[in-house]
Design a protein around this ligand. Structure first.
Ligand code: IMP
Ligand code: MG
Length: 177
């Protein structure tokens, strides 16, 4: 893949915001009176998380966790390492793990296994994008999904290629040459 190719918009800013409004509405209903902890997986999820919490109308808390998955720029190797842990004690809490994209599922499977050992009252995943075709490991309850997308490497709205393009307000992909 080269980034010299033309960029195609896959999901516009308006489409993203419209879908997030729906997801925020669903979460607000499902978690009423539960004060959930939304855990953003750094770095890719921070843009999505920032918009998502403003679409949620119930009390909530926010925390972050950072992981690194070894491998090439575009493929997980299957080895995941925790870079930065939560500050929140999630024992007995309702946790929503917020991810930019589920690809092989390896990163989220690792995170789910790790967070489960801490005894949360409940634990689900909320992902903006799901690249279903690429799944190697099902990371448990994928409760909220923004968009299912084809097997293309996408950038923008928090997602990077070599740390660039996170600031694009839409999701796009690059035509391979
Ligand atoms: P997984 O472990 O293969 O599911 O990989 C998940 C992580 O890989 C995501 O959190 C992203 O950071 C990254 N990733 C996977 N696919 C893409 C993509 O198309 N664009 C940018 N990052 C991606
Ligand atoms: Mg990520």
């Amino acid at each position: 893949m080269t980034l010299n190719g033309p960029m195609k918009t896959l999901i516009s800013s308006d489409q993203i915001q419209q879908r997030i409004a729906e997801m925020g509405h669903d979460i607000s209903q499902d978690y009423r009176d539960r004060n959930p902890v939304l855990v953003g997986v750094l770095r890719g999820s921070f843009v999505f998380l920032a918009d998502l919490i403003r679409a949620i109308t119930i009390p909530l808390e926010v925390d972050f966790i950072s992981v690194e998955s070894y491998g090439s720029q575009k493929n997980s190797s299957g080895v995941v390492r925790l870079l930065q842990d939560l500050n929140t004690n999630i024992k007995g809490r309702d946790v929503i793990l917020v991810e930019d994209i589920v690809d092989s599922g390896i990163t989220l499977s690792y995170l789910i296994d790790n967070l489960k050992t801490r005894g949360p009252a409940s634990l689900v995943i909320c992902a903006l994008l799901d690249k279903k075709e690429r799944r190697q490991k099902e990371p448990g309850i994928l409760k909220y999904v923004g968009f299912t997308i084809p097997d293309k490497f996408v950038i923008g709205y928090g997602l990077d290629h070599a740390q660039q393009y996170r600031n694009l307000p839409y999701v796009s992909w690059v035509e391979e040459e």
